[in-house]
Design a binder for this molecule. Structure first.
Ligand SMILES: Nc1ncnc2c1ncn2[C@@H]1O[C@H](COP(=O)(O)OP(=O)(O)O)[C@@H](O)[C@H]1O
Ligand SMILES: [Mg+2]
Length: 287
């Protein structure tokens, strides 16, 4: 582990440039979101284990509706594990279990009667690597709605158009909806995955490092898209890129070794962190 106790006790000001070639990022000012800010996901002493290993440790936090919340922290600190818990994607890992509570709109995500299929309709997810189905663009988007019982062609056409427009992909693909989605560029495929998630009208979008496999131009398009969707959906985005977190998010969570060390408005976290560990991380003292 690169961070030493010594580094941890020295203040950023006295340390100068040593060990740090990154600036503290200045996030843009953001408008308040209309009707936003209510607790949408609430964690109370929420832990996630793989067998005996506690990968996420007693998190207490409220993710606010319709805002963009970034999750940052070094590799292996539990970002993906925490994100996947929100729509129970971790259920697919046999050794994985949880303690404490995690709630969505006041309902227990891990409650006995929670239906994961319905939960995942409300809470969509996009992964690091674009993963379209080897099907047509149309069928990729129509997949979720069909799964939930919509089969009328006209209705599906409407949903496909609306979802592709929301994902800022319509103009590029409207004349080739019957082509295989795997023929699209990586950036287009990732926007297709966003469109596919939006097609079932979720409340929450979980994005796990959605641009780490993309070039800078495609990354900028996804960031623009997040800005477009901000205010309409609650968005959680895991990113190892702090500049990206500061560009796209309203709130930022900093995780370290499974602990939610600091959670604050993005501007505050990047300009005036309360915790020395946060400060050391954002100034590049360890990564
Ligand atoms: N399927 C798994 N089985 C066992 N341990 C896992 C599994 N997935 C992740 N872990 C461990 O949990 C910790 C957090 O991992 P992860 O959530 O993937 O971190 P991050 O997304 O921040 O890089 C790491 O120590 C990792 O090795
Ligand atoms: Mg991860």
């Amino acid at each position: 582990m690169p961070m030493t106790a010594e580094a941890n006790t020295r203040s950023a000001a006295s340390q100068g440039a040593e060990g740090s070639n990154r600036e503290i990022f200045l996030p843009p000012e953001r408008k308040a979101v209309k009707d936003g800010g209510k607790p949408h996901v609430t964690a109370k002493n929420f832990s996630i284990f793989y067998g005996d290993f506690e990968a996420v440790k007693k998190v207490n936090a409220e993710v606010l509706s319709r805002y963009v919340t970034a999750i940052i922290g070094p590799s292996g600190c539990g970002k993906s594990t925490f994100l996947r818990a929100i729509n129970r994607m971790n259920d697919l890992i046999p050794s994985c279990h949880t303690a404490g509570t995690l709630m969505f709109n006041g309902e227990d995500i891990y409650g006995k009667y929670t239906d994961e299929v319905l939960l995942r309709k409300r809470i969509g997810m996009v992964f690091q690597k674009p993963n379209p189905f080897p099907k047509s663009i149309f069928d990729n988007i129509a997949y979720g709605p069909r799964l939930h019982g919509i089969n009328d062609r006209k209705t599906l056409e409407g949903i496909v158009e609306k979802s592709l427009k929301k994902a800022a992909l319509w103009d590029e693909v409207s004349d080739r909806l019957d082509r295989n989605a795997l023929g699209l560029s990586g950036g287009q495929q990732q926007r297709l995955c966003v469109a596919r998630a939006l097609a079932v009208e979720p409340d929450i979008l979980l994005l796990d490092e959605p641009t780490s496999a993309l070039d800078p131009k495609a990354t900028a398009k996804i960031e623009d898209l997040i800005e477009e969707l901000r205010g309409s959906y609650t968005i959680l985005i895991v990113t190892h890129n702090m500049q990206q977190a500061s560009r796209v998010s309203d709130y930022t969570m900093f995780f370290y070794e499974g602990v939610l060390v600091e959670y604050a408005p993005t501007k505050q976290l990047f300009t005036n962190p309360k915790d020395q560990m946060t400060e050391d991380y954002i100034t590049g003292r360890f990564s």
